[in-house]
Write a protein that binds this ligand. Structure first.
Ligand SMILES: C[C@@](CO)(OP(=O)(O)O)[C@H](O)COP(=O)(O)OP(=O)(O)OC[C@H]1O[C@@H](n2ccc(N)nc2=O)[C@H](O)[C@@H]1O
Ligand SMILES: Nc1ncnc2c1ncn2[C@@H]1O[C@H](COP(=O)(O)OP(=O)(O)O)[C@@H](O)[C@H]1O
Length: 287
C-alpha cells in the first residue's frame, strides 16, 4: 500500500464584500471578511513512487485536468523542487458547487499545496505557499493561512479576524455565474468607502453588505428569489460574486428548522462557520 493522506478542502463565505476601488490593471480592490465552513470537498493524495508526475484519479466535469487548480498547484510545487519527488495520484471528492462563490477551486489548490508540502517533505512555510497560491487565484492565500480574515487588495492582504462562529444555511440557486462578468457590469457599486479595520466588524458583520448583490439580483431572478425567501428568517447575503447565498443563525437547530422548511427543488446545505480551517485542524493532528 503506498503512503497517502486524506484532507478536507473547506468552503469559505465572504461574510461581507465591499468594492472600494479599482487597480490600474482593472482588477477590483476589495474589503472582505472571510470565514470557513465545516463543510467542503475532500482530497486524497496517494504517493506512486513507481509512477512519476501528478495526476487525478478522475476528472471533474467541464474542467480539463491541466486547468484543474489541483493539478496546477501540484505542478507549481513540483517545478520548485530540485529533488526527485515521487509521483502522486489525487482524488477529488467534490461536494461544493463550482463557481458558486464558495471558493471550492481555490480551496482545492490550497489543500494540494499544504498536503503535498507535507507528503513530499518540502518544508515550505505558509508564507511561501500563500505566495505560490496567489499566482493561482486571489482566494487561495486565505485557505493556505487557514484563519478567518479581513481581506484587502484583491483579497490577498489578510488580517486575522474572529467573527462569531454561527451556523449557516447555504443555498445554491439554480444558475451559474461568471466572476468576470459580474465584475464587468456597468451598474456595479465600485466606490464603497474604505472601512477602518479590526474592531469595526468584530461581532457585527451584519452592518456590512455584498456590493455584487444588486447587479446579481437583477441579472439572476433565481438569486433574487432565494434571497427574498431566506431573508424572511434573518439577514441573508450573497457570497463572493454568487450564486450561493447564506443566512446566519445562532444555533444548529435554528438553522436546520429553516433548512427543513425550504421550498421544493432548493439545493444547498447547513454548516457551521469556523475561524480555524478544518484543513489546518487535520494537519495539526497529523504532526
Ligand atoms: C470575488 C471573490 C471574493 O472572494 O470570490 P469568488 O466569487 O470568485 O469566490 C474573489 O476575489 C475572486 O477572485 P479570483 O477567483 O481570483 O477571480 P477570477 O475568477 O480569477 O476572476 C475573473 C475575472 O474577474 C475580474 N476580477 C476578479 C477579482 C477582482 N478582485 N477584480 C476583478 O476585476 C477580472 O477581470 C478577472 O479576470
Ligand atoms: N478543483 C477545482 N474545483 C472547482 N473548480 C475548479 C477547479 N479547478 C479549476 N476550477 C475552475 O474554477 C472555477 C471557479 O470555481 P470555484 O472556486 O469552485 O468557484 P468560486 O470561485 O465562484 O467560489 C470553476 O468554474 C472551474 O472552471
Amino acid at each position: 500500500m503506498s503512503p497517502g493522506i486524506s484532507l478536507p478542502s473547506p468552503a469559505k463565505l465572504n461574510l461581507f464584500l465591499h468594492i472600494v476601488g479599482r487597480r490600474p490593471d482593472g482588477y477590483h480592490e476589495l474589503q472582505t471578511l472571510f470565514q470557513f465552513l465545516e463543510y467542503g470537498d475532500e482530497l486524497s493524495f496517494t504517493l506512486t513512487p513507481d509512477q512519476p508526475g501528478v495526476r487525478l484519479a478522475s476528472s471533474i466535469p467541464n474542467v480539463p485536468d491541466n486547468d484543474n487548480l489541483v493539478i496546477r498547484a501540484a505542478k507549481a510545487l513540483m517545478t520548485l523542487s530540485d529533488k526527485g519527488l515521487p509521483g502522486v495520484t489525487i482524488t477529488i471528492d467534490k461536494r461544493l458547487p463550482m463557481g458558486g462563490g464558495l471558493g471550492g477551486g481555490s480551496s482545492n489548490a490550497a489543500t494540494t499545496l499544504l498536503g503535498l508540502n507535507h507528503l513530499w517533505n518540502l518544508g515550505l512555510s505558509n508564507d511561501e505557499l500563500a505566495g505560490i497560491g496567489l499566482t493561482l487565484g486571489a482566494d487561495v492565500p486565505v485557505f493556505v493561512r487557514g484563519h478567518a480574515a479581513f481581506g484587502e487588495g484583491v483579497g490577498e492582504k489578510l488580517t486575522n479576524a474572529n467573527p462569531p462562529q454561527d451556523w449557516f444555511v447555504v443555498i445554491k440557486p439554480a444558475c451559474n455565474l461568471n466572476t468576470g462578468k459580474i465584475f464587468s457590469e456597468q451598474g456595479l457599486t465600485r466606490n464603497t468607502p474604505r472601512i477602518k479595520i479590526a474592531p469595526a466588524f468584530e461581532g457585527d458583520a451584519s452592518r456590512y453588505r455584498n456590493d455584487c448583490e444588486g447587479v446579481v439580483r437583477k441579472l439572476y431572478p433565481e438569486v433574487n428569489q432565494s434571497l427574498e425567501w431566506l431573508s424572511k428568517f434573518g439577514p441573508a447575503r450573497l457570497t463572493g460574486t454568487g450564486a450561493c447565498i447564506f443566512g446566519r443563525f445562532p444555533t444548529e437547530s435554528a438553522a436546520r428548522i429553516i433548512w427543513e422548511s425550504k421550498p421544493s427543488g432548493v439545493t444547498g446545505f447547513v454548516a457551521k462557520g469556523v475561524n480555524i480551517s478544518p484543513l489546518h485542524k487535520k494537519l495539526a493532528e497529523l504532526k
